[in-house]
Write a protein of this length. Structure first.
Lengths: 235, 524
């Protein structure tokens, strides 16, 4: 397996973390023949590696010794749209929102299972490697036909208000990615609605009622408490 | 006998030089009165002259002396006696209108009149003084009694100070301040309303505090000021200083007043000492309770941290060392154990962090209009893996409004309640969640079908580190429900538990519904 490491055909993952135990664990778990794993143990080293390696996904710790992770995200976003998945022990929602608003694609709180990490990495890679978004988004029984603005659940067409459709379209085109409240409010309603979270709550609630089987246990639109929403990525 | 005359009779010699004008005026009016009395006696005697012998006129003058002694005091009475003798001699002893005496026998009359006048004035004045002293003592006793009464009821230092100020103000009509030490110097801890203290006053108070001797007016030290300072001496040390500005008429140097001030100071010092000892005893008690709690906390924490670690270490070492000999199923089971225990450890650390945040007061609510259905959904998603085969019934009232909540924390509450229910409910048992609004409150109920909790223990389950005996292997941290309580109370709500009639425990959370926002139609 190690022999395949570094082949340009494999997706490249850059892990920026100063904890050697985490580095060792991620290297072992990810270096399974599907990815080539590159490592950096500080913010500046990470920035340099991002330029040198041109990774397809970056796993970034926030508590770096030299540079705060959020600052690393900002600097990378100045020139690259490479997916960044934050892996951090910081579990406060404010920290998550800060990182996501700075441009991170996803946020995983330590400790996490490798299955969860791989799922997120795959979602990020799919977004990173595919150029144009699929015209039809499908997940389980839900289908969003973007060119025709048609939404079907279990084969039946669902009537959505224009706002609900825009909301679903935004979530679908970013499927698997957490969208923060302010990101959604800004895009759908405009900057003037940034402080009006209840319009978002009400529309999400209505949307769920129309597309979810049991709105109390949603399967498609997942709430990231205190952060935002995420549409489950299709398999 | 009016108070005023008694006072002028009472302390003529001890008048303060500070107010010479009023003393001088008082004296002048007394002496004028004496002159008037003698003049009146003379006029009366003149009227009665045809019917009386001169000897009997002496009685009129004696009457004038007695009146002067009773009404005007010692000195005017003496003046009356002297004037009486002279007037009697001048007007009535032949030859009239001259001080010469024809009959030398009148000298005895003069002497008798003068002596009797002197004796009477002295006796009457003494009686007045004694009466005044008696009244003063009674007044002092009453004020001391009242002070001790209010001090007995005082529970803390501010109470004591307020009682002292109020009582001494009332009983002496004085203004006062109580000085207590702070960082080596005394500061005015309490004072009569509107009393402005100059810096020099503080210096005298400070001197009094450190020397433990009286100072200020009426004493040997710093006697120029208006205040008199008395140290508040306790058994071992000085607790503070009592500073009093007495009414001008009160003499702080007199033994009675000094005794009274001493008594006030002693009472105050005793009360302060009592409050201090009580507080120290209480603190010692609380310290002990806290130490006990901390010991329990440490025991609990070390147990809850070590148990999962032991399981993880054991499972991993078994796989590493004996991996080749293990059946694949045992191997998988060991690894699964390690993962579950790690998750448990993670939850416990999370709980500890939450508790620490709650207790440090670092918990700031981010209230946002929340969809109750979303709240329930997120909580259920968090415990999904642990639900196993249990059925969860969710009942949401139709058209629940958005409720201002800190969504993240309230999810934590519901997750902890579900965790608790999972811990006690049988593996195939049913959990029920119900949400409804009423009377301005949002109610969230989480019920299980477990054994419930003995009635007397119901209120205690929200205490930190309280645990009911649980089946082996489902030990909790005893923190979950107390975290719930902390979060719910931070929302201005309440949490309580009750046993369900059909068995099982129901926990009811109530939080304010807040101002009405837009309704959400859940189409239930």
């Amino acid at each position: 397996m190690v022999a395949e490491n570094g082949k340009p055909s494999l997706p490249r993952i850059l892990v920026v973390d100063d904890e050697s135990a985490i580095q060792r664990f991620l290297k072992t778990a990810l270096d399974n023949g599907e990815f080539s794993v590159h490592q950096a143990s500080s913010g500046h080293a990470g920035l340099a590696a991002a330029v040198a390696v041109r990774p397809d996904v970056i796993l970034l710790d926030l508590g770096l010794p030299d540079l705060d992770g959020v600052e690393v995200i900002r600097r990378i976003r100045e020139w690259s749209q490479v997916p960044i998945i934050v892996v951090s022990v910081r579990e406060r929602e404010d920290d998550k929102v800060l990182a996501l608003d700075a441009g991170a694609d996803d946020y995983l709180t330590k400790p996490f299972g490798i299955g969860e990490l791989l799922a997120r990495v795959k979602v990020a890679l799919r977004r990173s490697l595919q150029q144009a978004p699929e015209p039809v988004f499908t997940i389980a029984d839900l289908q969003v036909d973007l060119p025709h603005r048609r939404v079907t659940v279990r084969g039946e067409e669902v009537q959505l208000t224009p706002t609900e459709y825009e909301l679903l379209r935004m979530l679908a085109t970013h499927a698997g990615k957490v969208l923060t409240h302010s990101q959604i409010l800004k895009q759908i309603w405009g900057v003037g609605y940034m402080e009006q979270p209840h319009v978002l709550r009400v529309n999400i609630s209505n949307l769920r009622r129309k597309i979810e089987l049991d709105a109390s246990r949603p399967r498609y639109i997942l709430t990231e408490p205190g952060v935002g929403y995420r549409l489950r990525a299709g398999e | 006998m009016s108070d005023k005359s008694v006072k002028s009779a009472g302390f003529p010699a001890q008048r303060r030089p500070k107010e010479p004008r009023s003393a001088w005026l008082n004296g002048l009016s007394g002496h004028l009165g004496a002159i008037a009395l003698v003049a009146t006696a003379t006029v009366l005697c003149e009227q009665a002259r045809p019917y009386l012998s001169p000897i009997n006129m002496v009685m009129a003058y004696l009457l004038a002396v007695v009146l002067a002694a009773v009404r005007l005091g010692r000195k005017p009475a003496m003046l009356a006696a002297l004037l009486g003798v002279l007037a009697f001699d001048f007007f009535f002893v032949p030859p009239r209108f001259s001080f010469t005496i024809a009959d030398k026998e009148y000298l005895i009359t003069f002497l008798a009149l003068f002596t009797v006048g002197m004796v009477i004035s002295s006796l009457v004045a003494k009686a007045g003084e004694r009466l005044e002293a008696l009244r003063l003592r009674e007044r002092h006793t009453v004020s001391l009694y009242q002070l001790s009464q209010s001090l007995a009821a005082a529970a803390d230092t501010p109470d004591v100070l307020a009682a002292v100020i109020k009582n001494i103000e009332q009983s002496l009509g004085a203004e006062l301040a109580v000085f207590l030490p702070a960082e080596g110097r005394v500061v005015a801890a309490a004072a009569s309303a509107g009393l402005a203290l100059e810096k020099t006053e503080l210096e005298v108070a400070d001197w009094c505090f450190h020397s433990r001797r009286m100072a200020g007016r009426g004493t040997e030290s710093y006697s120029a000021g208006e205040f008199t300072y008395v140290p508040l001496k306790a058994l071992a040390d000085t607790l503070g200083v009592l500073g009093i500005r007495l009414q001008a008429a009160e003499d702080p140097g007199s033994p009675q007043t000094r005794r009274l001030l001493d008594a006030f100071a002693t009472q105050t010092a005793m009360a302060l000492e009592r409050v201090r000892l009580f507080r120290e005893a209480q603190e010692a008690h609380m310290l002990k309770a806290r130490q006990n709690l901390e010991r329990a906390l440490l025991n609990s924490i070390s147990h809850d941290l070590r148990t999962p670690l032991a399981a993880i270490t054991g499972a991993l070492s078994a796989v590493l060392d004996e991996g080749d000999k293990l059946r694949p199923s045992s191997r998988a089971e060991l690894l699964e154990t390690a993962r579950e225990e790690a998750a448990r450890l993670n939850r416990f650390v999370g709980n500890l962090l939450d508790m620490t945040r709650l207790e440090a007061g670092a918990l700031r609510l981010k209230l946002e209009p929340c969809d109750v259905q979303d709240l329930v959904g997120c909580a259920l998603a968090a415990v999904e893996k642990r639900l196993g085969d249990r059925e969860v019934q969710v009942r949401l009232a139709p058209a629940l409004p958005l409720v201002p909540l800190d969504l993240v924390l309230m999810i934590q509450v519901v997750v902890n309640l579900l965790d608790n229910a999972l811990k006690y409910a049988p593996a195939e048992g049913r959990l029920e969640i119900a949400c409804y609004c009423g009377d301005g409150w949002l109610c969230i109920e989480v019920a299980d079908s477990g054994p419930g909790v003995p009635e007397p223990e119901l209120a205690r389950i929200f205490d930190k580190f309280y645990r009911t005996p649980v089946p082996e292997g489902v030990g909790g941290t005893g923190l979950g429900l107390s975290i719930c309580k902390g979060i719910v109370e931070a929302h201005g709500g309440s949490i309580r538990a009750e046993n369900r009639s059909g068995g099982g425990l129901k926990i009811i959370v109530k939080v304010p519904q807040g101002a009405p926002l837009q309704e959400v139609d859940h189409g239930c």
